[in-house]
Design a protein around this ligand. Structure first.
Ligand code: SF4
Length: 364
């Protein structure tokens, strides 16, 4: 039996019931594809449902503010996905009459959509004959057909793409794409593929040649860099309310559009004493404040490791007024402490806030 037919039959029996598999709506398929780009299905499903509940149509997403979109996305990471999606929704709404483009060549022009996502939407929502290549597909194709070149080289990727184009049934492209990805996710998994119960046991190249652990081949190692962030969490009790100062991240860097605290950002480790000295130089009045220092948080991103401490600086009320000009120079926003969760926060800041009783609603 042909490879494609076997995979399609396997899929019929083994596929998971997932909410985006119950629709042909390109908007919903697009949302699911973007969420699943860097997120596991288990976590992604809850976010998908929350997102669709909050923005059920393309128009509702286009009309939302960036902050509302980031708030729903909070915790998923890779926030540029949400910003690009929001900008594409506005473009489709304003320039294309709210009608999602149905051609690959048009879909791929949307912000945040690459070859994989364009092929997935074109095939799943519009049944157009475009083959997807993602990590699952690379693994299955490399193992079954013995492709030994690394898929992160252009020639390796080309080989997998060509094989997929050859295997793709043009009348059922969307189902085939989903079937092979599901097969990679459930059966031919990265570390523990179930070869003994596999439909390809008799003809899988990797299985027959003892290469299951070596395929797919990898070539490039992702370089990571370490950043040391020292957050300054100013706290002031003023006119019977507790306030903090937060700052919106505007630069082309991690967490663009989200809020965190003013901070020092270094490439090397600094001692607590060094940081306190720096704080006192920048704000001499902070010398009279009580400063509590958190433990070190380690936060791992795709290409960066963040080592982070929070310096909680309790400004006396009278001194807080005098310190505001320094904070305003840093374009800080003064907020009531208990309102912090109304702002979109990176997961790390969310974690710090959830662990610190000062931010609970009843702390006043
Ligand atoms: S035999 Fe093993 S390696 Fe080959 S396709 Fe099946 S699960 Fe994957």
């Amino acid at each position: 039996m042909k490879f494609s037919k076997k995979v399609l039959e396997w899929y019929k029996v083994n596929k998971r019931e997932l909410p985006w598999r119950l629709t042909n709506d390109p908007y919903k398929i697009w949302i699911s594809e973007i969420i699943l780009q860097q997120t596991r299905v288990e976590q992604g499903t809850a976010y998908y449902e929350r997102f669709i509940h909050r923005f059920p149509t393309l128009k509702s997403l286009a009309n939302a503010s960036e902050e509302e979109v980031l708030n729903v996305w909070q915790g998923l990471g890779y926030y540029s996905r949400a910003r690009n999606m929001h900008s594409s929704a506005k473009r489709i709404h304003n320039e294309l009459g709210s009608i999602f483009p149905d051609r690959y060549s048009e879909i791929i022009k949307l912000k945040g959509i690459g070859e994989y996502t364009a092929a997935a939407i074109a095939s799943i929502a519009f049944n157009r004959a475009y083959a997807v290549v993602d990590g699952n597909v690379v693994r299955v194709i490399s193992r079954v057909f013995g492709i030994k070149e690394a898929a992160d080289t252009s020639s390796g990727k080309k080989k997998v793409q060509e094989k997929m184009n050859e295997l793709l049934p043009s009348n059922d492209a969307g189902t085939f794409n989903q079937a092979i990805m599901e097969f990679g996710a459930l059966q031919c998994t990265p570390r523990t593929p179930d070869c003994k119960q596999c439909i390809f046991i008799a003809n899988c190249f990797a299985n027959l040649n003892g290469l299951v652990d070596s395929l797919p081949a990898k070539s490039r190692k992702v370089k990571t860099r370490t950043r040391y962030l020292y957050y300054l969490v100013y706290v002031a009790n003023m006119k019977n309310d507790i306030f903090n100062w937060i700052v919106k991240r505007e630069k082309e860097d991690i967490w663009k559009g989200l809020y965190d605290f003013p901070h020092y950002d270094f490439t090397s480790l600094h001692t607590i004493k060094d940081i306190k000295k720096r704080i006192f130089e920048d704000i001499p009045l902070a010398k009279n404040s009580i400063i509590t220092v958190s433990h070190e948080y380690k936060h791992v991103l795709s290409h960066q490791v963040l080592k982070v401490r929070f310096f909680i600086i309790e400004l006396a009320a009278i001194e807080a007024d005098k310190n505001i000009s320094w904070l305003e120079n840093k374009r800080c926003l003064k907020i009531k402490t208990m309102d912090i969760n109304n702002y979109p926060l990176p997961r790390l800041i969310e974690k710090f806030v959830s662990e610190n009783s000062m931010f609970s609603k009843n702390s006043k």
